[in-house]
Ligand binder design. Structure first.
Ligand code: TXA
Ligand code: MG
Length: 310
């Protein structure tokens, strides 16, 4: 087996040559390129078939590097200290002298930034002399990838190098918090909002679906497995795949569950792989049980609602 160092070295070579590769993070796999290079960033949008108005998250290894691109405020400092590296993305004001490609953030005055925790992502970022722009490694509007084989599934041979970092530990995208004004969550995700509220010592609102595109990932129809999903269902139709939160009742062949013991973090981790599995089994539709709306349950329900949007 190749050592982690030789893999990271190979990844670095691709990135320095302005290629796009897939990297593991603790939330989901990312499609990564040099965030200072227009060429790399444009490649990301084209491989993903993503519109430029949906900006990317920039990933950093060191705080000192983030400081070159953004202004840090006091809420950021509190949250950074407590949760980074980890599944939390911040919207901050971009510095005018920043070298970030304008394509990465659609030429906006703000930028989304995060410090991933996965050991490979961390080590890779620390040997690069540029940050990585990395959206989730999936075709636009489809399910995110949480393993190397998911990424292959999504892109076939379109990506030259995929680093295998095992299954993503959190399994759902990062929580996005906008810190430009009063803190507001744009996307519930892998870090519980309750924990953020404790640190900032205030109640934090979640942005409601809106036509004003602050975060398109926030808009309807996203995270789709490609088949219809019905939510809050007690009894499924006969040929429908049925996803329960935790195993209950007599199980038929079409019954699945997200967590054996009703653990919401385990459920979040299993969500995307179960949806992928059900699709592969050629089910034509999915019914989902009620999922508790607490902790990571907020992120699960958010993704299911968007996946079910018609
Ligand atoms: O866990 C994650 O966040 C993963 C891993 C790979 O880090 N990345 C991820 O990226 O989920 P993506 O591109 O799938 O979602 C990024 C979201 C989008 O909804 C985008 O609209 C929002 O971040 N975003 C990026 N820049 C923004 C900005 N300046 N203002 C508001 N929203 C922004
Ligand atoms: Mg995404």
């Amino acid at each position: 087996m190749r050592s982690i160092y030789s893999i990271i070295k190979k990844a670095k070579d691709y990135l320095v040559n302005e290629e796009v590769i897939a990297i593991p993070t603790e939330t989901v796999y990312g499609l990564a390129g040099n965030a200072y290079s227009d060429k790399s960033v444009k490649k990301i949008f084209s491989i993903k078939n993503r519109p430029y108005l949906n900006p990317l998250i920039i990933h950093y290894g060191y705080l000192k590097d983030l400081k070159k691109d953004c202004y840090l405020n006091s809420n950021f400092k509190k949250l950074y200290k407590k949760f980074c590296p980890g599944p939390l993305t911040f919207i901050l004001k971009k510095r005018p002298e920043s070298r970030l490609s304008k394509y990465a953030n659609n030429n906006k005055k703000t930028v989304a930034v995060r410090f991933p925790k996965h050991i490979i992502a961390k080590k890779l970022l620390k040997i690069l002399d540029f940050p990585l722009a990395a959206p989730s490694a999936n075709i636009s509007t489809k399910l995110s990838s949480i393993s190397k084989s998911d990424v292959k599934d999504e892109f076939k041979n379109k990506i030259k190098f995929i680093i295998d970092g095992g299954k993503s530990n959190v399994g759902i995208e990062s929580t996005i918090i906008d810190l430009i004004g009063k803190p507001i969550v744009l996307r519930p995700g892998g870090l519980e909002i309750e924990k953020i509220e404790k640190v900032l010592n205030q109640k934090i609102k979640i942005l409601k679906k809106t036509k004003n595109i602050k975060s398109p990932g926030q808009l309807s129809f996203h995270y789709s497995p490609g088949i219809p999903i019905r939510l809050n269902i007690k009894i499924p139709k006969k040929n429908e795949a049925f996803i329960q939160f935790t195993k209950r009742g007599k199980h038929k062949k079409n019954y699945f569950y997200l967590s054996k013991n009703g653990n919401i973090n385990e459920a979040a981790k299993k969500l995307y792989s179960l949806l992928r599995y059900i699709k592969k089994k050629k089910y034509k539709s999915i019914a989902v049980d009620k999922i508790p709306n607490k902790g990571l349950g907020l992120a699960i329900n958010d993704r299911l609602q968007r996946a079910s949007y018609k």
